[in-house]
Design a protein around this ligand. Structure first.
Ligand code: NAD
Length: 471
């Protein structure tokens, strides 16, 4: 069974004792196919101290950083087929989508390498010169979940490194391998200690966030863990960015063209087996469109090919892990017990692997767990409404506030409704359409801080003001 290694101070490092590694399962077979090191406390300290040492010179030469990121992008592109296969095996997603995730990470690295680092002069006259530069924090702790391990890791390390920070990255124990491989590739280009990648369980995350040398934490994961990270950060006031869960509503207005939007809405829900923070997680549809929309979504669900990621015909893979499968089963069974109607799916597939088919539910109420909680899986509740105001109120009645969408032909009316929704992003006639031209941010408990494009870069920089008196 292949053994992966961590990147610590530029070296490839295994666990201290052979028995201190852990098995990584293929969710399509439930069988272990590789092992990852369990990082010891002393290895974690070595990684953070290496990052701190590397910071001194890495922060100095902006041009060298840009060049290094571009070369790293080339190396990662060369390794994409190999790492995509690993990602497919450990995460469960179809190989083509795993390849797409790697290529998006390459593109992000290239785009970030070309971003300007802000610098501004707000006064320059006979009285004073006020100059503001933006400088790195130092060692960044980056912690990632299991749904898009490579892309989310890159969304942190590319801007952190361009800004002159150094990084210790910890992936989820369910999907450490592609990230460890990413660390090895990037370390063939970067100076020792600039990017360290360590693997282990949740406790390792806690040790990393409470390490005194870490100055900034960039965390993506659940709201529950995000609160623990915020507490750890508070001890010595580390800066913190939290990208947390969502329970995104989609509101379908009475004038929407159901046939035109059904497939877009469907794949905004079921892509990556519904394991996307920004997936559509509940639909509020005007009562006049409820039947045609439910029928169209059901037809799509029944014709979706569910299977192993390595099979080229597969459109939706398994859920990533047993815990997530149990959660999806529990929320769906709760709805069924309380009278939900199952239009498609609704039962775990009778085969090995964490497979749950695309499921469409109706006759559900807002207080059912499948509507009120984040399912993070392939189950979609469809709820009719009569008045748009009522749909908006129900969409907003949650502590989540990540994304939302409004669907309709009259774009001005859709924008009016979008205006009333309390979330970081509201899309019109689309969903999960991330772009570097806008910040990605969560309202309410869905997060603190901003990612994407220049907002991501700025989140890894702190202002430094020089104010000269010329009087
Ligand atoms: P999780 O919170 O269980 O784990 C995320 C990471 O945190 C893992 O690496 C885990 O090992 C680590 N961790 C666990 N306990 C920790 C602690 N006490 N201190 C520090 N680190 C700790 O989340 P998950 O189940 O891996 O991911 C699913 C969740 O992530 C969903 O809620 C989803 O919506 C959210 N998510 C959000 C975004 C976003 O950008 N907003 C993107 C993807 C996923």
């Amino acid at each position: 069974m292949s053994e992966y290694a961590m990147s610590i101070n530029g070296k490839q490092v295994r666990s201290e004792a052979a028995e201190d590694s852990f098995a990584v399962l293929n969710p399509a077979t439930e069988e272990a196919f590789a092992r990852a090191p369990e990082c010891s406390e002393s290895q974690l300290w070595a990684a953070v101290e290496a990052a701190q040492r590397a910071f001194g010179s890495w922060r100095r030469d902006e041009d060298a950083r840009r060049k290094a990121l571009l070369t790293a992008a080339e190396r990662l592109a060369e390794k994409t087929p190999e790492i995509a296969r690993t990602l497919c095996l450990e995460q469960g997603k179809p190989l083509a989508q795993a390849t797409g995730e790697l290529l998006s990470a390459v593109a992000q690295l290239k785009a970030t390498a070309g971003m300007p680092i802000p610098r501004e002069v707000t006064q320059d006259d006979a009285k004073a010169k006020i100059e503001i530069t933006y400088r790195p924090f130092g060692v960044v702790a980056a912690i990632t979940p299991w749904n898009f391990p490579v892309l989310i890791a890159m969304s942190k390390i590319a801007p952190a490194l361009l800004g002159g920070n150094t990084v210790v990255l910890k992936p989820s124990p369910y999907t450490p391998l592609a990230t460890l491989a990413l660390g090895e590739v990037l370390n063939s280009v970067l100076p020792a200690g600039v990017l360290n990648v360590v693997s282990g369980g949740n406790d390792l995350g806690g040790q990393l966030t409470s390490h005194p040398l870490v100055r900034k934490i960039s965390f993506t994961g659940s709201i529950g863990t995000g609160k623990k990270v915020a507490q750890a950060a508070a001890t010595d006031l580390k800066r913190v960015t939290l990208e947390l869960g969502g329970n995104d509503p989609a509101i379908v207005l009475p004038d929407a063209d159901v046939q035109a939007l059904a497939a877009r809405l469907y794949w905004s829900t079921f892509f990556n087996c519904g394991q996307i923070c920004l997936a559509v997680k509940r639909i509020y549809v005007h009562e006049t469109l409820f039947e045609p929309l439910t029928a169209a979504l059901t037809k799509l669900a029944q014709s979706t090919v569910v299977g192993e990621g390595l099979d080229p015909k597969t459109q939706v893979g398994p859920l990533n892990n047993a815990m997530q499968l149990e959660r999806v089963i529990a929320l769906t069974d709760d709805a069924k017990r309380r009278g939900a109607r199952v239009h498609a799916g609704g039962e775990r597939l009778g085969r090995k692997g964490y497979f749950y088919p695309p499921t469409v539910l109706s006759n559900v109420t807002d207080d059912m767990l499948i509507v009120a909680e984040e399912q993070f899986g392939p189950v979609l509740p469809v709820l009719p409404y009569r008045d748009v105001e009522d749909a908006v109120q129900r969409a907003n009645a949650t502590h989540f506030g990540l994304g939302a969408s409004v669907w309709g032909r009259d774009l001005a009316r859709a924008a009016e409704v979008a205006e009333q929704i309390d979330s970081g992003t509201v899309w019109i006639n689309q969903h999960v359409a991330l772009t570097h031209k806008a910040p990605f941010t969560g309202a309410k408990q869905s997060g603190i801080g901003r990612a994407s494009g220049r907002w991501a870069l700025e989140s890894f920089l702190q202002e430094h003001v020089i104010n000269t008196n010329r009087g």
